[in-house]
Design a protein around this ligand. Structure first.
Ligand SMILES: [Zn+2]
Length: 617
């Protein structure tokens, strides 16, 4: 299962008093599962931007606790600072990192907003993806008038808050809570000190684009003649097309170049509704959700294209880099590397790594650290400063920095052998399944791109993808199984003096046991998927790898069998008869299918081995 990671970046209206700031961040760190990543205070703005991450529930709780603490320690009636602001907790966005959607984050924003409004009596406005109406999407629009204009704003029915009283709270002001995409700050470095060259490429890349010029003339675009709109002649600016009306040209741009001409004019401060004769023609840049400028950095003694990507799922950094490399080459320039300012989400770097591996004709479904390393090398991320994956990537899978899976094989084996009940059979089942998946992946990757038919290549690639996916899940399972009983053990420690307490404790214990069943059940299912990948590669991989595929199927089966045994032993204390019956039924079916598949792989491999020996003798 993908780990669910949400980032929260609240902005508090206090940037000078260290003690107060610490009280707010302490409230975040006190919540289990919330991890504080960064605290950035500005004295001039009198504002602190805090970054923390965690699973959705932990992040929601930590955000609420921080907002509650800020309401105690900050008095807005005494606040002065250069940054626009409306409340003690001014803005609080939730950002999807991995395993969660934008809609999940909007739901968190609504949940936290409701609590803030109800429990703290602070007016709350929802913005961006959580906005309740279109005119509340934009942060600056909501904040217009700031704290000083808030009392009057709240009297206007148009600005009734989404949650909380429509009453001025002099101490806390109002909070703007919402959900938005992750913003990647990304710089591409050039082998020149000339800022103008970086700017020229930046203008080609950015969504806003540039003033369109004649198709012919100087080799330097900026030296050619500027195009303007004339009576009955509306040039496209990208190609030779000239429309009879602006509507013609706008339709052409939508179809041929896939952008909204009116939007591009607006981005360049031109109102498309006004008469356009004599107006300069603009053409869009290469990438939507992309802002870019050129600058010179004394420290590196080189010019950079400085980029903000506001929707990396639509416009990912590696594609912008590749286009920059192409545009640089056209201008006799070289991109020496690139740098991530702040953090980059795990899925963005993972996609980049897979993009470059695929381009090199390699399998993109290799271990995650190798994929991320491929991205870092291909993008030249260590060009101007060191790029440490662990500290620069947000939302890395758990096994990157802790747990049993960080041990050496010897340490882990020793740990199992000690006189402690965990790690035990459940963890070993998950490890067996993971090893089965790893072997299937190995065979698939070995015979990738070795001239077999396209069908075989496709089947092997699919097996590699599936095997890597279940391998990652099963590696997490090694630690998960050891922790599976935590919820049950916590419930057992609950008080049980009154009848209500006893009922609640029993309920929580039963919930904990169901979780302890769920973990090995998922191990069994994933291990079966590992066996399926092993079966695919046993059929399509080269015969010299056939025993690797067979061992993969066999250890995968140990994962299924071990997982099912662990389900059954935990089922015995569950009192819900429907749950017990259904789970037993599912396990029986799974076990039967796994046994059939194992027999099939074994028969196939033994037959092939027999044939190979006969041809030799
Ligand atoms: Zn055109």
């Amino acid at each position: 299962m993908d780990q669910r990671v949400v980032e929260c970046v609240p902005n508090f209206s206090e940037g000078r008093d260290r003690v107060k700031i610490k009280q707010i961040t302490d409230a975040i760190e006190a919540v289990r599962g919330a991890r504080l990543l960064d605290v950035d205070s500005g004295a001039d703005t009198n504002r602190t931007v805090v970054t923390f991450v965690g699973d959705p529930d932990a992040v929601a709780e930590a955000a609420f606790q921080a907002i509650a603490r800020a309401a105690q320690v900050i008095d807005m009636s005494r606040h002065h600072g250069e940054h626009p602001r409306m409340g003690a907790t001014d803005v609080c966005p939730f950002v999807p990192i991995s395993g969660v959607t934008m809609e999940d984050c909007a739901a968190i924003a609504r949940r936290v907003g409701e609590r803030v409004g109800h429990e703290l009596e602070i007016p709350v406005y929802l913005y961006e993806a959580a906005a309740s109406r279109p005119e509340r999407k934009n942060l600056a629009g909501i904040r217009k008038g700031e704290y000083e204009g808030l009392a009057e704003k709240l009297r206007d029915p148009v600005w009734t808050p989404d949650f909380g009283p429509a009453r001025f709270n002099a101490r806390s002001g109002a909070s703007i809570i919402g959900a938005r995409e992750f913003l990647i700050a990304y710089n591409i470095t050039l082998n020149t000190r000339d800022k103008a060259l970086a700017t020229d490429i930046a203008i080609e890349l950015r969504e806003k684009g540039r003033v369109a010029r004649a198709a012919t003339g100087s080799a330097f675009y900026s030296k050619r003649n500027i195009l303007t709109y004339q009576e009955n002649a509306y040039p496209c600016g990208n190609c030779a097309f000239v429309g009879h009306s602006f509507a013609d040209t706008a339709a052409h741009c939508r179809e041929a170049h896939r952008y909204d001409m009116e939007e591009i004019l607006r981005l360049n401060d031109v109102d498309p509704a006004k008469p356009l004769i004599g107006q300069k023609v603009y053409r869009a840049g290469r990438f939507p959700h992309c802002k870019a400028i050129g600058w010179y950095v004394e420290q590196y003694r080189r010019a950079q294209i400085s980029i903000n990507l506001t929707h990396y799922k639509v416009t990912p950094p590696h594609l912008v880099l590749e286009e920059a490399r192409r545009l640089a080459a056209e201008r006799g320039l070289v991109v020496t590397g690139s740098e991530v300012v702040g953090l980059i989400p795990y899925p963005a770097l993972l996609d980049a790594g897979r993009y470059y591996l695929t381009a090199q004709g390699k399998s993109p479904f290799i271990p995650i650290p190798d994929v991320l390393q491929a991205a870092a090398f291909s993008m030249g991320l260590s060009d101007v400063s060191p790029f440490d994956i662990k500290s620069k990537v947000i939302g890395l899978p758990l096994e990157f920095d802790r747990g049993l899976v960080q041990m050496t094989v010897k340490e882990f084996t020793d740990e199992v052998s000690r006189d402690t009940p965990a790690p035990g059979g459940g963890s070993i089942a998950a490890l067996a399944g993971a090893l089965g998946a790893a072997l299937a992946s190995m065979v698939a990757n070995l015979w990738q791109g070795k001239g077999e038919s396209p069908e075989v290549e496709a089947a092997l690639l699919e097996a590699a993808e599936q095997a890597q996916q279940v391998k990652e899940q099963l590696i997490l399972g090694v630690d998960e199984d050891t922790n599976a009983f935590n919820a049950y053990m916590e419930a057992r420690r609950l008080p049980a003096s009154t009848r209500e307490e006893k009922t609640l404790r029993e309920q929580k214990m039963q919930d904990g046991l169901k979780l302890a069943v769920d973990v090995p059940h998922r191990t069994a299912l994933a291990s079966y998927a590992a066996m399926q990948a092993a079966w695919t590669v046993a059929q399509h991989g080269n015969e010299s790898s056939i025993t690797d595929a067979a061992v993969g199927a066999q250890t995968g089966f140990a994962g299924v069998r071990g997982g099912v045994w662990n389900v059954l032993i935990n089922l015995k204390d569950i009192t819900d008869p429907v749950f017990v019956r259904e789970m037993r039924g599912q396990c029986e079916t799974l076990l039967r299918e796994a046994q059939t598949l194992l027999d099939r792989v074994t028969a196939h491999v033994d037959k092939r081995l027999g044939e190979l020996i006969e041809t030799k003798s």
